[in-house]
Design a protein around this ligand. Structure first.
Ligand SMILES: [Fe+2]
Ligand SMILES: [Fe+2]
Length: 200
């Protein structure tokens, strides 16, 4: 059982607590950005399946995650509709762009896969942390319940990605790269500061 009271999933820099108050005032922007986070999560799992079809465990583990992420997209869309809001266009996702710049393209296929899996795990961890903030501090009781459920679900995905990384690369190699990427992620969050219209 994951203890959500602690620093979430090893992340080194907690989100600025002001973010949740600002986010609450921009809930349409947050929901739209969130919808596309779910779309990107589904798309990313589909890409991994297409790129690594020979990896049975990866294909079996990520196929249901695609459905879960798409269900999250659908649920965010429902929350928008209930409030008379529109989906709107996709926004440039600096957080993910910056993280992906740290993905190593060359080298062994397994090492490339490890980087992709760990970056996915980081995005899940940070999303989980943001959902925890929303769950704990947002006033709307419906959204509180919604974000709690998503926090639990994304924590499960985080575990899936880390487990898969360790399936295809030695544990100490994964651990070393994970620590490097945690530092990089903290620097990115620090450099982006508080963004009122973004999930990350
Ligand atoms: Fe999701
Ligand atoms: Fe997820």
């Amino acid at each position: 059982m994951i203890d959500y009271s602690k620093n979430v999933l090893g992340l080194q820099l907690p989100s600025d607590p002001r973010w949740v108050n600002i986010a609450e005032k921009n809930i349409e922007d947050i929901l739209v950005d969130h919808a596309y986070c779910e779309q990107k999560a589904a798309s990313s799992c589909i890409s991994l399946i297409i790129m690594f079809p020979e990896k049975d465990k990866l294909v079996d583990m990520l196929t249901p995650v695609v459905a879960e992420e798409w269900n999250h997209f659908e649920r965010v869309l429902e929350e928008l509709r209930k409030r008379g809001m529109k989906l709107g266009a996709i926004r440039r996702d600096e957080y993910v762009i910056e993280l992906m710049r740290n993905e190593r393209k060359g080298g062994a296929r397994e090492r490339q896969l490890m980087d992709k899996l760990l970056i996915n795990a980081l995005i899940e961890a940070r999303s989980c942390e943001r959902f925890k903030l929303l769950w704990k501090h947002i006033a709307d009781p419906e959204l509180q319940k919604f974000y709690y459920e998503l926090m639990v679900s994304e924590a499960g995905h985080y575990k899936n990605f880390l487990q898969l990384a360790k399936e295809y690369m030695p544990e100490d190699v994964v651990e070393e790269r994970w620590q490097e990427l945690l530092k990089i992620e903290a620097d990115i969050i620090h450099s982006l500061e508080v963004r009122p219209d973004r999930m990350h």
